[in-house]
Design a protein around this ligand. Structure first.
Ligand code: ZN
Length: 103
């Protein structure tokens, strides 16, 4: 169910609105019917949303550290839920930022 939970969360964020009229409806369909019950074309529309690259971390001096980790499914959902500004970062970057916040 992790894909559906993720898509449900992304719908709430309005992620699909920018992608035209079809994407939001297909996302809604995935949530109600289950992602695996969609046809391959519909799954293809949603596929790009199911994974996202970590946003990386920035230290207090503004130095940006790039991160190449790809977050997907449950991991991406957790990253979204933990992010205050809806920018998903991986666990390692998020603990790095927490460390900066304390120092
Ligand atoms: Zn990261």
């Amino acid at each position: 169910m992790s894909k559906e939970a993720l898509l449900d969360h992304l719908i709430g964020l309005g992620k699909f609105q920018k992608k035209g009229a079809v994407a939001p409806r297909v996302a809604q369909l995935a949530v109600s019917k289950g992602f695996d019950n969609l046809n391959p074309v519909q799954q293809g529309i949603l596929e790009p949303f199911l994974s996202e690259k970590c946003a990386g971390s920035t230290d207090p001096k503004g130095n940006y550290t790039n991160c190449t980790k790809i977050l997907s499914d449950e991991e991406l959902l957790n990253a979204y839920e933990e992010s205050m500004d809806n920018i998903p970062v991986c666990e390692s970057c998020s603990s790095q930022e927490a460390f900066y916040a304390l120092s």
